[in-house]
Design a binder for this molecule. Structure first.
Ligand SMILES: *[C@@H]1O[C@H](CO)[C@@H](O)[C@H](O)[C@H]1NC(C)=O
Ligand SMILES: *[C@@H]1O[C@H](CO)[C@@H](O)[C@H](O)[C@H]1NC(C)=O
Ligand SMILES: *[C@@H]1O[C@H](CO)[C@@H](O)[C@H](O)[C@H]1NC(C)=O
Ligand SMILES: *[C@@H]1O[C@H](CO)[C@@H](O)[C@H](O)[C@H]1NC(C)=O
Length: 383
């Protein structure tokens, strides 16, 4: 059994020189072990599940105004103003909620999905910024610092995170949540004006499961967020505690899509490619080996019998599969007939299972090139 397997693994010709036989075996071992090591390495890389981010830039749509949440330990209001590139201004207090009690203090929200920043190179009257001025209205406010905090997010962040966290096993949602929360949280000090410059980003983390692991193109749940910086100036809004002017610093939205570095398909094709390359070099050096015309299907227990009997039937009238005919008690003519039949049957067999011999059959210029194997050759193949 094992010997058969090894023989199939290293099919060798009886007529081969011993030195070449040895180097063939060594080369094959090197090929197989090399491919095995390569497979192991690739499988390890696959198990690491490494990912690459691909970038896509899009400047075709305007940038929506961010959402903002303010918090203070003293009651306050916010006065909203829009500023345009054509020097006009507008009111936007309808986008600001009333304060509501929050963790022993007060909080309010600003949310204006209708306000959008067009690229000023395309729109001369585009929105330049949205100014939110904070006024402390609390009668108990003694002056000084009112512990105002502000948190900015993209208008879609909240629903994106909610929908992403509904996807089971999506990795890194908590990471994105804290990134979204911490990256755009600021402490607003007294008597300052701030400029909040922000850009919109879309992250598309990969969610892989058994279904899509083959292709590597897992489900993507986009999470829209902003990255921002806050720059402070002396207070320009007289009478206010502080003011924040929100404006985009880029009209390009970058989408970062997570992709698998390596998929099962990649693994198979990479290992297959390396194996083919190794075998091509091997065949270049040592030539092709015997063709195996019987595969798994022909070797299935139920099929195998039929294959055998069909083959036996097709050859048996001419090849009797029994003792040598020459020693039989036949006339010379009968013997010649029998030999011819066997010869023909062998040709048919060769045509069916080894190589097309049509060209060889009619070509008698090479007659005598092929020598019959000797007893010695047969013996050496046994060890
Ligand atoms: C907080 O301030 C607002 C605006 O001045 C006022 O309408 C509201 O009643 C105040 N709330 C509390 C609980 O004092
Ligand atoms: C304000 O925003 C927060 C955080 O997004 C949310 O939990 C809260 O319900 C909002 N409140 C109002 C009055 O819109
Ligand atoms: C230019 O921007 C303003 C402010 O956002 C908007 O109202 C207006 O429709 C825009 N004009 C064009 C041509 O898009
Ligand atoms: C606020 O800042 C301005 C400019 O720096 C300064 O003139 C003013 O006195 C400050 N007001 C308070 C109440 O600190």
């Amino acid at each position: 059994m094992i010997k058969n397997f090894i023989d199939n693994l290293f099919p060798l010709r009886r007529s081969e020189l011993t030195a070449i036989k040895r180097s063939k075996i060594i080369s094959l071992w090197i090929c197989y072990i090399g491919v095995l090591i390569y497979f192991g390495w690739k499988a390890y890389k696959l198990s690491q599940n490494e990912r690459t981010l691909s970038y896509k830039e899009d400047d075709s749509s305007p940038i929506p105004a961010p959402r903002a949440t303010f918090f203070s330990s003293y009651n306050f209001t916010i006065d909203c103003q829009t500023v345009y590139y054509d020097d006009s201004t507008g009111g936007c207090n309808k986008y600001v909620t009333n304060t509501y009690p929050y963790f022993g203090g007060y909080s309010l929200n600003f949310s204006a999905p209708a306000l959008e920043f067009d690229n000023p190179t395309d729109n001369a009257s585009a929105l330049l910024g949205i100014q939110l001025a904070v006024y402390i209205t609390d009668p108990t406010f003694p002056g000084g610092d009112a512990a105002v905090e502000a948190f900015f997010a993209d208008k879609d962040t909240e629903s994106d995170l909610a929908s992403a966290s509904k996807t089971p096993r999506i990795k890194g949602v908590s990471g994105y949540e804290s990134t979204v929360a911490l990256a755009n949280s600021y402490y607003i000090a007294n008597n300052q004006t701030y400029a909040l410059f922000y850009s919109r980003r879309i992250l598309s983390p990969l969610h892989q499961n058994a279904k899509n692991v083959l292709s590597g193109n897992g489900d993507h749940k986009p999470i829209t967020m902003i990255s921002s910086i806050l720059i402070s100036y002396p207070n320009l809004v007289v009478g206010s505690y502080a003011a924040v002017l929100m404006r985009p610093n880029s009209y390009i939205v970058v989408t970062e899509t997570e992709n698998s570095d390596l998929t099962v398909t990649d693994l198979i094709s990479a290992v297959g490619g390396i194996y083919t390359a190794a075998m091509t070099i091997y065949m270049f050096l040592f030539g092709a080996d015997v063709i195996g015309p019987w595969g798994l299907i022909q070797n299935l227990p139920c099929v195998r019998r039929k294959v055998r009997s069909t083959l036996h039937k097709s050859l048996s009238p001419n090849i009797p599969f029994s003792g040598p005919i020459l020693s039989d008690d036949l006339s010379v003519d009968q013997k010649l007939k029998a030999i011819e039949k066997r010869h023909l049957a062998l040709e048919f067999f060769l045509q069916d299972y080894v190589v097309s011999v049509e060209n060889v059959v009619n070509d008698d210029t090479h007659k005598g090139d092929i020598e019959a194997p000797t007893e010695k050759d047969i013996e050496t193949s046994e060890d």
